[in-house]
Every structure is written in structure tokens, then in C-alpha cells.
Design a protein. Structure first.
Length: 79
């Protein structure tokens, strides 16, 4: 849910919230810290989504392995 929040909002909106809205709640940061935190959260959310998508197994499995074994079988039968 947190990843979807940071991926769903624009980086400009995240800058705005961190720089202008958080001080209202008593959490003030310098402008450089806001930039580093916003970029880190945004980049981390996209990176987490990419690594999660890469770690899930594919429905079809590895097509390369299947193609090699089929071609190796067909050439062995012809020869």
C-alpha cells in the first residue's frame, strides 16, 4: 500500500508534501534533505515494484530452456 502511494503520486507532489505540509505537523527538514528523501522514496518505490515483479515466477516458465531442448531433440532425430 505504501509502495502504491509513492508510485501513484507525482514526485512534485511528494516534494510539496515533504517541504510544506510536514512542517505543519511539526516535522521540519532542510530543502536538501527534502530532495534526498523524496527522491529516495520515489526511486525506492519503483525499485521495489520492479524487484517484486522480477521475483515472481512466470506463468509460462523459461521459454528458452524449452526451445533448446526441442531443437536439440529434433536435430538428434534427423541426424
Amino acid at each position: 500500500m505504501v509502495v502504491e502511494f509513492f508510485r501513484g503520486t507525482s514526485l512534485v507532489v511528494q516534494f510539496f508534501w515533504l517541504f510544506f505540509v510536514l512542517p505543519v505537523f511539526g516535522f521540519k527538514m532542510e530543502s536538501l534533505a527534502v530532495g534526498i528523501v523524496a527522491l529516495g522514496l520515489n526511486y525506492g518505490a519503483y525499485g521495489a515494484r520492479w524487484s517484486a515483479a522480477r521475483s515472481t515466477p512466470s506463468r509460462w516458465g523459461s521459454g528458452r530452456r524449452r526451445r533448446r531442448s526441442t531443437s536439440a531433440r529434433s536435430t538428434a532425430c534427423v541426424a
